[in-house]
Design a binder for this molecule. Structure first.
Ligand SMILES: Nc1ncnc2c1ncn2[C@@H]1O[C@H](COP(=O)(O)OP(=O)(O)OP(=O)(O)O)[C@@H](O)[C@H]1O
Length: 422
């Protein structure tokens, strides 16, 4: 690992380079989007049994947390997975890193189904798929030093770093994530939230994985710090040829880092496509509703943007609606939606076209609808003909843009009473 980054300076550089989350994402390369899949997920299912009784437990149902999820991840690619709380994103993440066993389905890493592996073979594969957790305040053991936290994976995989080399390796990792290697003996409480997430990322990198599953890695951080951590992940991806599954509930952050985006609803994908297809040519009503809630930095764009209000709560995953799971909140729902499960495929209406709307969408009545005005245009976004969703103009005072990163900005202040490091 190279060692030309210097602590705070690195963090500032990444923060300074941050663009607004809704800025058009980076250019994708063929390697990012068109390569051989490193991971193939097929019909992944995770049902948690619902039981009754204390002594004699009887299964009375199941929480269908993940209920038929399929996707490919190309080498060097970032797949963003978004959806509301409870839609099954974290469960997918845990299944990918084998923290849980799936109820059904396959997870093929370089062609080998890891759900069928055990013992040494499983251990070898797990090394290559690592996780970065959501909350840097709770995911780091407060009693362990940063050196022990980052070096912990070497206890399970001593072949990656023999004992005599571990300290140097951990210091290299601290350097790589933009923290001062001299702070190896400090404790998590001595770091700010963004710095703690850098420690979590360093731990994720310790075993030289090929895939990182990042479960809401920036959700617990201040907006300006979010940009720094996303930029760090972006840089590490190029530096170490990583593939990412990046999970978030925030569509704007996902766009910044993803090559493709999958939108989840109640345990399944509603729509999946490249960032351009999803953000500028969404065809599933749920994606359109989520996009209509994304903060826009341009006040004029905000003035003319539609806001789609979804009625009702997300149904329980223990008792999802028949047919299309989104139908109970969808303004387009018809009888067919109740009777027939829509497949995640290119909708018939777009099959013979050559437009960005031609991507997988699980809707019987898929229709392109640009919700967010294209950058630089101020044309109002008009509603569709026929029965429509509840649409309202979102006025300036309704939403404030995220605070921009100050030039040469620093991370948020450390917790009260702690000494600031890094
Ligand atoms: N161990 C478990 N036992 C029973 N139900 C579970 C378990 N883990 C998750 N669930 C349920 O599965 C569903 C999906 O949960 P999951 O945490 O994957 O959703 P999520 O989209 O990641 O939500 P969040 O963003 O709030 O973490 C939820 O209804 C949740 O209550």
């Amino acid at each position: 690992m190279n060692a030309d980054h210097s602590g705070r300076g690195e963090a500032r550089e990444e923060g300074g380079a941050a663009r607004h989350p809704l800025a058009t994402s980076r250019e994708t390369t063929g390697a990012r989007t068109g390569g051989e899949p490193i991971l193939e997920v097929r019909d992944l299912v995770k049902h948690y049994p619902l039981t009754q009784g204390i002594v004699i437990k009887k299964q009375i149902g199941a929480v269908k947390a993940v209920d038929g999820v399929s996707f490919d991840l190309a080498a060097g690619e970032t797949l963003g997975i978004v959806g509301e709380s409870g839609c099954g994103k974290s469960t997918v993440a845990r299944l990918l890193v084998h923290l849980e066993e799936p109820t059904a389905g396959a997870i093929r890493y370089k062609g080998e189904d890891i759900t069928k592996l055990s013992g040494r073979a499983l251990k070898a594969v797990r090394r290559n798929i690592q996780m970065v957790f959501q909350d840097p305040y709770t995911s780091l053991n407060p009693r362990m030093t940063v050196g022990d936290i980052i070096g912990e994976p070497y206890e399970i995989h001593p072949e990656v770093a023999p004992k005599g080399e571990r300290r140097r390796k951990v210091q290299d990792l601290l350097d790589v994530v933009g923290l001062n290697p001299e702070y190896i003996n400090r404790y998590p409480h001595q770091f700010s939230g963004g710095q703690r997430q850098r420690i979590g990322i360093a731990r994720g990198l310790a075993l030289n994985p090929e895939i990182i599953v990042a479960d809401e890695p920036v959700s617990a951080l201040d907006v300006s710090v979010q940009a720094q951590v996303v930029n760090l992940l972006d840089r590490l991806q190029s530096e170490f040829s990583l593939s990412y599954v990046f999970i978030a509930h925030d569509l704007s952050i996902v766009r910044h880092i993803s090559d493709r985006v999958g939108v989840m609803y109640l345990g399944r994908f509603a729509e999946i496509g490249t960032d351009e297809e999803i953000y500028e040519h969404p065809t599933h009503p749920y994606t359109q509703a989520l996009l209509s809630a994304v903060p826009l930095p341009d006040p004029m764009a905000r003035e003319y943007r539609e806001r789609i209000i979804l009625h009702g709560d997300v149904p329980s995953p223990a008792n999802p609606p028949s047919g299309c799971r989104f139908r109970t909140r969808c303004w387009k729902a018809q009888e067919r939606c109740e009777l027939e499960v829509p497949l995640l495929a290119v909708p018939a209406v777009f099959r013979l076209t050559d437009t960005p709307a031609r991507h997988d969408s699980a809707c019987h009545f898929a229709e392109e609808k640009r919700v967010v005005p294209p950058e630089g245009t101020l044309e109002p976004v008009r509603g569709e003909s026929g029965p429509g969703p509840d649409v309202e103009k979102v006025h300036k005072e309704d939403r404030r843009p995220p605070s921009p990163e100050p030039p040469g900005g620093d991370e948020e202040p450390p917790p009260a009473g702690s000494s600031r490091v890094g």
